[in-house]
Design a protein around this ligand. Structure first.
Ligand SMILES: Cc1ncc(C[n+]2csc(CCOP(=O)(O)OP(=O)(O)O)c2C)c(N)n1
Ligand SMILES: [Mg+2]
Length: 796
């Protein structure tokens, strides 16, 4: 019987071999005329190979979940390949079309990635928030038949520069984060160079400051033993004070260089010299590179010693490119082995030519034993690691107390309040969250009814002291609102974690996050990351645009409607009226839960079966609400992106298409135009995103031979003659709607906002930016040449 350590040592070599062969294959054996060379993966993977082997084949349990540093993806794929969860075909096609992904991907890889990574820092924070999400789920009494899992991040040391990691640490401390392990691959190298001295001390102090345990894994067993030999104290002193640059350089240069340097620095013709002389050059190099991050017994001891649920940061000393010809070289990030180097290594590994992909080739251990060992690895013991959770039924309509004049933001608060009150089962699964703008985004009523979440109850002192306040601020394990500090990155990563609980923790939540619209840009990469992982949430951004007027020029948003259109995985809506918002929210709660195949709907050509997340861009502007019944047909049009608020007649020369808070200006302009022009139509656009997506998808379908394919916007615009002009207007970038003219060849004047920062009243700002009624009339005049439009005032 092979002992566990020897088995793991053999597997570590195998993982590194397979990862390297994968990279080598992509670079040298596959036709890559695009000239792209696989950079970054080889040296970074080697750095983490021992740690990953220890974790995946010995330490981790089925309930644990891992975010792997992006450039260590070849290790991950190699480990899954050894387990039979990854195919040779995909490894041979690493970084190719539909091949194994450059960075582990939940959605694009087949080998059961727990958390996607790629944009450094985000996967790290995701583990912390996923642990909070686990606590939330369990505190509500769900999923308690399963053991608590640890959320583990394998982090590059340069990755630790990302600010979002520190933002997450603060939030984790506030919420008492548990069950989180962060393993820092402390190879003291980044992409460009060797990192600063002594970073580990800053890391250590900081983690301890936030209540984490810190375990520093510096030297392996060989070095520790050498330190205990006569003269060993001098050796320890030397290596402890050796600058990162010099250490890296010597790692690269090898045994003879080590001997020369050590002899020059600490040789004494006595104990130290003897310690060095007892070893061959090769042994000396092996000794001096025996850092804990490459020492299996040390790693196992450290990981297996943790018997509590406190968060732990392991700082593991490693060597970038460990075991490869360019180990330690400062330029090795994009380092690749030459075919000759690879050939040498193949021979050293005992791998026969043509047998490079064989799982146990060159292992020198009985295959049956290796197979048995792999089969017994706890992490993989329960098979596929993704859960499924049943869909929660959503009522056919969401009610709200209608008022003659309201804002969409106010309506959002009222709709959620009704949901909180009505006690439908889906309401218990809603979890709201906001980065310190809970009250100002109108979540207050929901929070009053459903309370704030904390693992330990905390009373509202103001309430206890009987001080009148509109908002109860009581924390309990049953609470349904997670209050965050101001950092928007944390909002998006928390939404990413809450929006994946159905898959990661087996229990479905319906997360609703609110923030001010412009600050989407602050957290945009994290939003993109959440969508990339296919997390499901409802993002409610309010107030938006210049319509927030006196609130502050710095808070105006221009680009967000375009972000809403461009962000994959996010269906963006901008309702003008509260009944539209109610229809969209109802749809949203359902859409967030869909997971069907990607076949497009033959009516809208949208891929609605797959579902996704939802973004509502709302406003604080109070406007008159239409008095109308919400029919099934109108609901469908609102969801599909547009409806005729006022249908165009057969002789329409111009129509006005508007989105959002500028509805009153569009409607007023149509009324004034009607005095000089017949049949003016008003198109209410509730989702430029879905309207546009349906149109481009229908066009693609036609090109593929579905000749009758027609999208919602094409049907809406079909009654218009070619000569009819379209004025579009939105409180956002005009390009959001300017494309409407391309649908059927109509001329367009696109009004919107291109500059920001000026405060004033709504009227001041609409006039200033040319999205007021007068500007719409001017645009209509320009489109209907020859026909004078009445009531025109000069433009400012
Ligand atoms: C947000 C972001 N910025 C930049 C990059 C490009 N990048 C990938 S790895 C890396 C440096 C990695 O250094 P480290 O974290 O120490 O990992 P190592 O290469 O040492 O394994 C950089 C800058 C990225 N992936 N994400
Ligand atoms: Mg590094």
């Amino acid at each position: 019987m092979t002992d566990r350590l020897s088995m793991l040592a053999a597997l570590e070599r195998k993982v590194l071999w397979l990862a390297s062969w994968t990279i080598h294959h992509a670079n040298h054996l596959r036709d890559s005329r695009d000239g792209l060379k696989v950079g970054g993966h080889q040296a970074s993977s080697a750095s983490l190979a021992t740690i990953m082997t220890a974790l995946y084949f010995a330490v981790l349990r089925p309930q644990d979940r891992v975010a792997v540093k992006p450039h260590a993806s070849p290790n991950f794929h190699a480990i899954q390949y050894l387990m039979g969860n990854q195919t040779r075909e995909k490894l041979e096609n690493f970084r190719g079309f539909k091949g194994a992904q450059s960075y582990p991907s939940r959605t694009k890889d087949v080998d059961d990635v727990d958390f996607s990574t790629g944009s450094v820092g985000l996967g790290v924070a995701q583990t912390l928030f996923s642990s909070l999400a686990q606590d939330y789920v369990r505190a509500h009494g769900w999923g308690t038949d399963r053991p608590e899992g640890r959320m583990v991040a394998l982090i590059g040391d340069a990755e630790m520069d990302e600010g979002n990691i520190y933002e997450a640490l603060i939030e984790g401390w506030k919420h008492g984060v548990r069950n989180t392990w962060w393993v820092v691959d402390y190879n003291r190298q980044s992409l460009d160079a060797v990192v600063r001295e002594g970073l580990w001390e800053r890391f250590e102090a900081m983690f301890r400051n936030f209540g984490w345990d810190v375990v520093i894994l510096k030297y392996g067993k060989l070095l520790e033993a050498a330190f205990a030999e006569p003269g060993g104290d001098k050796l320890r002193q030397w290596i402890d004070t050796c600058p990162n640059q010099l250490y890296s350089a010597l790692c690269y240069q090898g045994g003879a260089a080590w001997r020369k340097r050590l002899t020059d620095d600490i040789g004494d013709q006595g104990k130290v010299s003897k310690l060095l002389d007892r070893r061959t050059d090769e042994e000396l190099a092996g000794l001096m590179t025996n850092l804990a991050g490459h020492d299996m017994p040390t790693l196992l001891e450290a990981f297996e010693a943790v018997d509590h649920d406190r968060p732990v940061c392991f700082i593991a000393y490693t060597i970038k490119g460990f075991g490869l010809p360019f180990q330690g070289h400062k330029d090795n990030h994009a380092g690749l082995m030459t075919p000759a180097q690879m050939e040498n290594w193949r021979q050293a590994m005992g791998v026969r030519p043509g047998h490079e992909w064989e799982r146990f080739e060159g292992l020198k251990l009985p295959a049956a034993e290796v197979e048995r060992f792999l089969k017994s690895a706890p992490f993989f013991a329960e098979g596929r690691r993704r859960y499924e959770a049943a869909k929660l039924p959503i009522p056919a309509t969401l009610a709200f107390p209608a008022q003659a004049a309201m804002s969409t933001q106010q309506g959002f608060g009222l709709i959620l309040n009704e949901i909180a009150r009505a006690r439908e089962p889906f309401a218990d699964r809603i979890v709201t969250t906001s980065p310190d703008v809970t009250v100002s985004t109108n979540l207050g009523a929901f929070v009053n009814r459903r309370g704030l979440f904390a693992r330990q109850s905390m009373a509202d002192t103001f309430k206890q002291e009987r001080i009148p306040s509109t908002f109860a601020w009581e924390f309990s394990p049953e609470g349904q609102h997670i209050e965050l500090g101001i950092a928007e990155m944390n909002l998006f990563i928390l939404l990413s974690a809450l929006g994946l609980t159905h898959s990661i923790h087996g229990e479905r939540l319906l997360p609703v996050g609110t923030l001010y619209d412009p600050f989407i840009q602050r957290g945009l990469d994290a939003l993109n990351y959440a969508c990339y992982q296919d997390a499901r949430f409802m993002l409610v951004a309010t107030p938006a645009g210049v319509t927030l007027a006196p609130e502050g020029g710095a808070h105006q948003s221009i680009a967000t409607p375009l972000i809403g259109m461009a962000q994959d995985g996010l269906a963006a809506f901008e309702p003008a009226f509260v009944d539209e918002a109610a229809a969209i929210m109802r749809f949203g709660f359902d859409y967030m839960q869909r997971d069907g195949e990607g076949d497009p709907d033959e009516h809208t050509w949208l891929r609605d079966e797959t579902g996704g997340s939802v973004y509502l861009r709302l406003s604080t502007r109070t406007i008159d609400q239409p008095q109308r019944a919400m029919t099934a047909e109108l609901t469908e049009d609102i969801i599909n992106g547009a409806y005729w608020m006022r249908p165009p007649g057969p002789n329409a020369q111009v129509i006005i298409a508007y989105t959002g808070a500028v509805a009153p200006e569009a409607i007023a302009a149509a009324g004034l135009l009607a005095e000089s022009h017949r049949d003016v139509g008003v198109l209410a656009i509730t989702s430029a995103d879905r309207l546009n997506a349906g149109w481009t998808a229908a066009e693609r379908a036609r090109q593929r031979g579905h000749h009758g394919a027609a999208s919602h916007v094409e049907r809406l615009l079909s009654p218009l003659s070619r000569e009819c002009g379209i004025v579009t207007v939105i409180d956002g970038h005009p390009a959001t709607l300017a494309w409407l003219g391309a649908v059927d060849g109509h001329r367009v004047k696109a009004l919107g906002v291109e500059h920001f920062g000026q405060t004033g009243t709504v009227d001041d700002l609409y006039r200033h930016h040319g999205i007021d009624t007068n500007a719409i009339l001017h645009a209509a005049q320009a489109l209907t040449s020859g026909r004078p439009v009445r009531y025109l005032r000069a433009l400012p």
